[in-house]
Design a protein around this ligand. Structure first.
Ligand code: TYM
Length: 330
């Protein structure tokens, strides 16, 4: 069976629709027929200032949401990054392989550090992609389901794996990014040319999985639309409507052409009401289930501890091979 690995940061109380449609929906599909490892990357979340109580709460909320969204502990290994110390250990080796210039070209680092100013950015923000490479390579993953914004990090991971293999002997599987064309980038519904994002979006533009159905209904009904009144897909001229079409299709399973037909001659208001209905009804049982799961912290911790124990056995074997090939005395 081919291996799949992906990760998500516990940086907010709720995942948003971009996280789900760009990544987690594919995680759920790939757990059938693949050996899947999914990781709550709490160490990556530390690259920005964090409050200890919030980190704990959000890590558990992440687990509850992933389970509610369909990750099954019987099919997938769900674990917390910090519970598998080999991530840090291999992360260091990855840093030793990465050029300063190469790391400086990572667009996520450039974007994030330009927001807070390079001087006040953490060193760990710079080395973030090397820890991510370690996350992937420890599990010898074939596929990494992510949104478009992660493509460059997966490319770097492939480069580092290839570099290590050619210098020190075959050690790592070269991973491939698994990015769906249709939902690779979900945009902010108030600013539809920008990515929906936990950190940069205004609250009104981000559809959160844990938001109340009412709040999400209101948000979608007040989504920004475009000039004209036809419901047609045109990402350049009609970014607002196109984003809503993408969201509707991804959740309802219908095609863009079907929706364009259905809404021909109707206004944006009718269309937004239909999108709101699809989103709210899709998310309603997921939120309810996540809230139920959060009532039983011990159950969540049991699942995470079991997942971490399984992840450690795989990670230990890869790290031992890596050290042996590097010439470390064992
Ligand atoms: P994070 O937590 O920022 O995002 C989690 C996943 O959601 C995707 N995503 C989106 N997809 C489509 N449209 C959007 N607007 C949108 N916003 C976010 C991201 O692409 C991601 O797949 N660096 C990773 C975390 C990570 C990781 C890993 C991923 C750490 N180690 C190893 C894969 C493998 C991140 O930014 O997650």
């Amino acid at each position: 069976m081919k291996r799949v690995l992906s990760g998500i940061q516990p940086t907010s109380d709720s995942f948003h629709l971009g996280n789900y449609l760009g990544a987690v929906k594919q995680w759920v599909e790939l757990q059938d027929g693949h050996d899947a490892f999914y990781c709550i990357v709490d160490l990556h979340a530390l690259t920005v200032e964090t409050d200890p109580a919030l980190l704990r709460k959000r890590t558990l909320a992440s687990a509850a949401q992933l389970l509610a969204l369909g990750i099954s502990p019987d099919k997938s290994t769900l674990f917390v990054q910090s519970q598998v110390p080999q991530h840090n250990q291999l992360g260091w080796i990855m840093e030793c392989l990465t050029g300063f210039g190469e790391a400086s070209r990572m667009t996520q680092f450039k974007d994030k550090s330009s927001k807070s100013g390079a001087d006040s950015s953490r060193v760990a923000l710079f080395t973030y992609p090397m820890l991510q490479a370690a996350d992937i390579l420890l599990y010898q993953a074939h596929y990494v389901p992510v949104g478009e914004d992660q493509r460059q990090h997966i490319e770097l991971t492939r480069d580092l794996a290839g570099r290590f293999n050619s210098r020190y002997g075959q050690t790592f599987q070269l991973p491939e990014a698994y990015i769906l064309k249709t939902a690779a980038k979900i945009n902010d519904i108030q600013e539809p040319t920008a990515k929906m994002s936990k950190s940069s979006g205004a609250v009104a533009g981000v559809i959160e999985i844990m938001d109340s159905p009412d709040a999400n209904l209101k948000k979608i009904k007040s989504a920004v639309t475009d000039a004209g009144r036809e419901v047609t897909f045109d990402a350049v001229e009609k970014p607002g409507i196109s984003n809503l079409l993408t969201i509707h299709c991804a959740l309802s399973g219908r095609t863009i052409a079907e929706l364009e037909n259905e809404f021909a001659g109707k206004g944006y208001g009718d269309f937004k009401a239909a999108v709101a209905e699809v989103v709210v009804e899709y998310l309603r049982p997921i939120r309810t289930r996540a809230l139920e799961l959060l009532e039983d912290e011990k159950h969540l911790l049991d699942i995470l501890h079991q997942g971490s124990a399984k992840a450690r056995t795989v990670a230990e074997a890869t790290l031992a091979d890596t050290y042996k090939n590097l010439g470390v005395v064992l």
